[in-house]
Design a protein around this ligand. Sequence first.
Ligand SMILES: *Cc1c(COP(=O)(O)O)cnc(C)c1O
Length: 377
Amino acid sequence: MNKIQMVDLKGQYEKIKDQVNSSILEVVDSTAFINGPEVHQFQKELEEYLDVKHVIPCANGTDALQIAMMGLGLKPGDEVITADFTFAATVEVIALLQLTPVLVDVEPDTFNIDPEAIKKAITPRTKAIVPVHLFGQAANMDAIMEIAEEHNLYVIEDNAQAIGANYHFKDGKKKKAGAIGHVASTSFFPSKNLGCYGDGGAIFTNDDDLAHTIRGIVNHGMYERYHHDVVGVNSRLDSIQAAVLRAKLPNLDTYNEARQMAAKKYSEAFKGQDNIEIPYTVGSDDTHVYHQYTLKIMNGKRDALVKHLNEKEIPCGVYYPIPLHSQKAYKDERYMEEDFTVTNQLVKEVISLPMHTELDEEQINFITKEVIEFVNS
Ligand SMILES: *Cc1c(COP(=O)(O)O)cnc(C)c1O
């Protein structure tokens, strides 16, 4: 059996090596390292794939979130509601812009932000909601867009983990995650479902004016050379990363299908296990692209299982071990523990298993056998 990895970037690279290598060398040869034609081409191709009007590439997913919020003109003191159970980048940029983060609880089955908790957290100062499409599945966007419309709020989708996932609306319509809210951000960090070979990110929107504003913000607030109309940042996707992404984008659906297939095999093996809860998918299979395959261990053995898997050289991860509202940087006396019962429980139960495009049956069988035997021992 091949050594099991949490993410197998090498195996994936081997299959596209010739194309990636020649595209990278072409960029080097052209010396158009910044804002070269590859960046523009990639932008167009991603717009088409997602069916959004504007993709604005930038340096990473954290910048993408920050720039989206700057583009919307959010001001210090504005309240922004987001999930307590997620990666810190989301709340970090809210705080950095001196906006007021308002963390709310998530749903126990999907791990995504709970629309009922959003409703309770709305005040006259609320300006935006940031749903994070956690682990590869979109949050309840029907409910979130309805709440946003009723209270006149912006919706910023953090799509760093769900690129390529579909969202099916109640009325039968379907859109890509990240193409639903007013604006969305994504990350091309190497381990993401569409990863480059360094840092990268992008902002998506269907709003022409917002897209124009954001294109200036990513470039030092310049709309005309050496005229700085707003305070901006310097955030670019470089041409070599764009070349890698162009080689990988046509394979994104195949990559996500490989993840879905691995998830299916995991879930079949875990079915009927009382102490193990498998990931819940809303509706059809195309709604979850399994950035992570995350189990809940229901009998208190999660930490012991992590140790056991490490001993067996099976990598695993706990995403996320500490609720954001308990993090030193984001504590606030407004928060009450009883408002975070789901997150407080999830941080003790979740474990993510190896998930990537190159997992084979033998590896999955070995992993599931070890997990089941240990949890029931
Ligand atoms: C990875 C990630 C980010 C940040 O992306 P970077 O490119 O690492 O800055 C933001 N939000 C979520 C949910 C992520 O998973």
